[in-house]
Design a protein around this ligand. Structure first.
Ligand SMILES: CC(C)(COP(=O)(O)OP(=O)(O)OC[C@H]1O[C@@H](n2cnc3c(N)ncnc32)[C@H](O)[C@@H]1OP(=O)(O)O)[C@@H](O)C(=O)NCCC(=O)NCCS
Length: 276
């Protein structure tokens, strides 16, 4: 059943998001924002285009203030001049992140846990603290490694494992194969979406984002803070430097220097650096 105030799904007769209103001043203090307008109370958290007057929302662009009915809006620095009459604005550096911070006080994210339906070959997998592994992820089984014999193919025995460091998130239906002779490593804080393939011996650095449907070939080495957008394909043995950005659908055939954004097939450096 959905709440009539904020339209969030309710698990009982009451909406826990709307139980207690939040004053605009309280939200501003929480997110370290600057309050402009009357100190109103917000009930519920909603997207700008669906918000009612009482719901808290956010706009990543000042022009969004005109297009929402919400009267309590988290918005960018300097945007309060674009507010509608009666609209209270809380200015912050990153309105979306601030909105998420306020929402977390009412709706904590999934508690770190390994879901029962995840398939983990635990003999060869080491898992750190605060790790989330979603249902139907498959971790620690042999990779796709066959050697030609002349008359067919024989499996290359895999004797490596998988090391998953602290604070990693692995989405549903993502496969992380165990290494051949070394380990496959997912670095601390890295978040992997659904339907991602991580082949044997891949080394993913710390605090990387890997969005859905990406394929990372065997022995790829990825630095720290790398963002890999939807449906990228990374050729085996390629090296990607720290803080690189791999655009959606990119087919990465060569090494990528640190901090560089690449797009296309084959992937080439791209000048404009817009992050999602
Ligand atoms: C790399 C990226 C950031 C570029 O975005 P951008 O700078 O806003 O690019 P624009 O939309 O302004 O497009 C500029 C040009 O590049 C093209 N382009 C943009 N992204 C492209 C891509 N990934 N591959 C090929 N061409 C691309 C556009 O078609 C446009 O071409 P044009 O000038 O001929 O019209 C974007 O492609 C990307 O990967 N975003 C991440 C998406 C994602 O994973 N989001 C998370 C979802 S959960």
């Amino acid at each position: 059943m959905k709440c009539t105030v904020c339209r969030a799904w309710m698990t009982s007769g009451k909406c826990h998001l709307c139980e207690q209103p939040m004053k605009a001043s309280e939200i501003a203090a929480l997110v370290n924002g600057k309050l402009y307008g009357v100190d109103k109370s917000a009930l519920g958290f909603t997207a700008a285009n669906r918000a009612r007057a009482i719901n808290l929302t956010f706009c990543s662009d000042p022009s969004g203030l005109k297009n929402t009915q919400s009267e309590i809006v988290l918005s960018t620095i300097g945007s309060h001049n674009a507010a509608q009459t009666g609209q209270t604005v809380i200015e912050v550096e990153n309105p979306k992140a601030a909105f998420a911070q306020a929402l977390r006080t009412k709706a904590p994210a999934t508690v770190p846990k390994i879901f029962a339906d995840a398939v983990i070959n635990s003999k060869y997998v080491s898992i750190g603290r605060n790790v989330v592994i979603k249902p139907l992820a498959v971790i620690g089984y042999e990779g796709f490694g066959f050697e030609p014999t002349g008359s067919g193919y024989e499996i290359f025995p895999h004797i490596g494992g998988v090391i998953i460091e602290d604070d990693v998130f692995i989405g549903s239906c993502t496969c992380v194969n165990r290494g051949k002779l070394e380990d496959t490593v997912i670095g601390q804080g890295t978040k992997i979406d659904n339907l991602v393939h991580v082949a044997h011996n891949v080394r993913l650095g710390k605090n990387c984002i890997v969005v859905a449907h990406t394929i990372i070939g065997g022995s790829v080495t990825i630095g720290n803070g790398v963002y890999i957008a939807m449906s990228a394909i990374i050729r085996d043995h390629v090296k990607i430097g720290d803080n690189a950005f791999i655009g959606m659908g990119a087919v990465v055939t060569k090494d990528v220097e640190p901090g560089v954004t690449v797009i296309g097939n084959p992937a080439r450096p791209y000048q404009k650096t817009v992050k999602p």
